[in-house]
Design a protein around this ligand. Structure first.
Ligand SMILES: [Zn+2]
Length: 148
């Protein structure tokens, strides 16, 4: 058997799983360098790719206050880490793996508390908006038929 997992130069939890992904920093030949972020996975719908989201603060000089902004980053998701939607993960910059992907998941820190509720709330907000639009359309249709 091959070595279990390589030292990637960043202190992370050791993972006992193995994989055959050449773009895995532990079992493949991918090197990590550059920025490291921590965020929550919001989508794993693409193959071997995770969308990681996190909040950051931006300074508004005019008002001398801060503003919350969200960043979304696409990151390669090696199978051996088993990261799913709602997991908090650490991602490290690496060479560009595709047009939009130049980060890789290096550590799975467990589930985010209240992730399901947050996504449900988001979903509800979306459906409410749709309902409103539908109502609006119906109203428009009604007024049109009246005028005709
Ligand atoms: Zn691996």
């Amino acid at each position: 058997m091959k070595e279990t997992s390589k030292n990637i130069g960043i202190k992370v939890k050791s993972n006992s799983n193995s994989c055959n992904d050449p773009n895995c920093p532990f079992h493949g030949s991918l090197k990590c360098r550059g920025k490291i972020f921590t965020g929550t996975i919001s989508s794993t719908k693409m193959q071997k790719t995770a969308t990681v989201e996190f909040e950051r603060q931006a300074v508004i000089p005019k008002y001398e206050r801060y503003e919350k902004r969200r960043t979304k980053i696409k990151a390669h998701n090696p199978e051996c880490l088993g990261a799913r939607e709602g997991d908090i993960v650490r991602i490290s910059e690496c060479r560009p793996l595709s047009k939009t992907k130049n980060f890789v998941v290096i550590e799975n820190l467990g589930r985010e508390k209240g992730f399901k509720e947050r996504m449900e709330a988001l979903e509800e907000g979306k459906t409410r908006k749709k309902e409103k639009e539908e109502v609006q359309e119906e109203k428009d249709a009604g007024s049109q038929s009246k005028s005709n």
